[in-house]
Design a protein around this ligand. Structure first.
Ligand code: ZN
Length: 138
């Protein structure tokens, strides 16, 4: 069985990190599967999906890490061509990845207690985001 759903989000950009675990969990529950996988994919090239312990200290650490890894204020070829000044956001999003697969066993997501599914929006302005949730199993 395959079930496809969506999650719509309004983000602030600038590394805005939003916990979408509850919405994913609800869609898995509604699908009725007891075993399989759920794939969570964000549409767009300046946002990504991962897991993290969703608490303010760690989300701040995460933002600082991105600034060290792909600084905002260095030259990017993308900015020369498109002048949207978000080269850093594209690079960060590609590195993080657009999707995450989580196993489902005994009707439960295989997440740890302190492991949440998050969308990270790296873009330099607020965005409406669509996350596709595809559930495969039986
Ligand atoms: Zn761009």
């Amino acid at each position: 069985m395959i079930a496809s759903g969506e999650i719509s989000l309004q983000t602030h950009g600038a590394g805005d990190t939003q916990d979408i675990t509850a919405q994913v969990r609800q869609q898995v529950k509604d699908s009725g599967i007891s075993a399989g996988t759920v794939n969570v994919f964000v549409t767009g090239s300046t946002a990504g999906i991962t897991t993290i312990e969703f608490e303010p200290g760690l989300t701040a650490d995460f933002q600082k890490m991105w600034e060290r890894l792909a600084p905002k204020n260095i030259p990017y070829e993308h900015n020369k061509h498109w002048e949207d000044d978000n080269g850093y956001a594209h690079v960060r999003a590609s590195l993080l990845g657009a999707s995450l697969t989580v196993p489902v066993t005994n009707k439960k997501l295989g997440l740890g207690t302190w492991q949440q599914i998050v969308l990270v929006d790296f873009d330099n302005h607020p965005r409406n985001r669509t996350v596709i949730v595809q559930i495969m199993g039986e």
